[in-house]
Design a protein around this ligand. Structure first.
Ligand SMILES: O=C(O)CCC(=O)C(=O)O
Ligand SMILES: [Fe+2]
Length: 321
């Protein structure tokens, strides 16, 4: 009899020895330019040197992301971060320990990827609150950030979204929220499930991608396997086209809220969200803009980068549309 096991692990705590081993690999990558394909190639070979326990967990997660569709890895090397940046579109171009940690993991889960229209196409992006952006439904804001699949409008949205915490908010109230369709599906009525499988929704890109001009063709929110579907939705950018779609979307939003896991990320915590089955968002917090604010770094992963080849000139890591 064949046995398929999908270990439901949702948290991996690296032992101090594993963190030290991981850190050594990042040190070898601590000079150079993150967006240089040569540096990424070095990170790809560095993957083989990462602690075995970590590689094993990530391999299992890549095969099946578990009932929560997210993995928290604790004890990831972040070096010694300076003051939290506070400008719009801030990115990490020069190699640092934290940037190396992100790209090393990305190279094991698939390949790193970025969008030219977003944060200038950098592979490692700073997620920080920005003065004047408080109300933004984007990662520069600090009001409640609603549930979304990352870049839900895009044909080649990331398969995994990685968020590495360099610094928690001083009040320790900001929480990353995730909700996985595997946990949410049983909470939905039959009518809602059915409606979500119909192509009766459109999703707009954020303004940086062209705003409403670039809205998708009608799409379904759930698709694929009826008992383990993929999900495509952004509660701030997806519009229902019919009354039944509107009712279903409202019920889905309520189910996200009641089925969500909330994680107050600590320095060295790496959250990996399976963007195919899990939405994420963030609770509200109060920024100070004094260099001590919450600071995450973000990298997207494409499980099969070949599929977006026509969007990536020169087979690079940046999708130009
Ligand atoms: O700040 C967070 O915890 C999540 C922000 C977010 O949605 C993102 O950066 O994609
Ligand atoms: Fe996001």
């Amino acid at each position: 009899m064949s046995v398929v096991t999908h270990a439901p692990t949702s948290e991996v705590i690296l032992r101090p020895g594993d963190t030290a081993e991981f850190e050594q690999v990042t040190r070898a990558l601590s000079s150079g330019e993150v967006d240089d394909p040569g540096w990424v190639a070095q990170a790809r070979s560095g993957w083989d040197l990462l602690p075995l326990a970590l590689r094993r967990s990530l391999r299992e997660f890549r095969r099946h992301s578990g009932p929560r569709g997210a993995l928290l890895v604790r004890g990831v090397p972040i070096g010694e971060p300076g003051v939290t940046p506070s400008v719009l579109g801030s990115v990490e171009r020069s190699a640092t320990v934290s940037a190396a940690s992100l790209v090393l993991v990305a190279c094991g889960l698939g390949d790193p990827a970025a969008f030219k229209a977003e944060k200038s196409g950098a592979l490692v992006q700073n997620v920080v609150p920005v003065p004047g952006q408080e109300e933004m439904q984007g990662n520069s804001g600090s009001v409640l950030l609603s549930f979304h699949n990352e870049n839900a409008f895009h044909e080649h949205r990331p398969d995994f979204v990685m968020l590495l915490c360099l610094r928690a908010d001083p009040d320790r109230v900001a929480g990353l929220r995730t909700a996985c369709i595997r946990e949410v599906l049983p909470l939905l009525s039959t009518e809602t499930r059915e409606a979500l499988f119909h192509e009766e929704f459109v999703t707009e890109p954020p303004p940086s991608f062209g705003g409403s001009d670039g809205a998708t063709a009608p799409h379904a929110v759930l698709f694929g396997a009826e008992d383990d579907p993929d999900m495509r939705v952004d509660l701030a950018a997806t519009t229902p086209l019919t009354p039944r779609a509107a009712a279903a979307l409202a019920e889905l939003g309520e189910a996200f809220a009641s089925g969500a896991s909330v994680t107050k990320l600590e320095p060295g915590d790496l959250a990996i969200v399976d963007n195919r089955v899990t939405v994420h968002g963030r609770t509200a917090f109060r920024p100070r803009y004094d260099g001590t604010d919450r600071w995450l770094q973000r990298t997207f992963v494409a499980a099969d980068v070949r599929r977006s080849r026509d969007h990536r000139p020169g087979d690079g890591y940046v999708l130009i549309r």
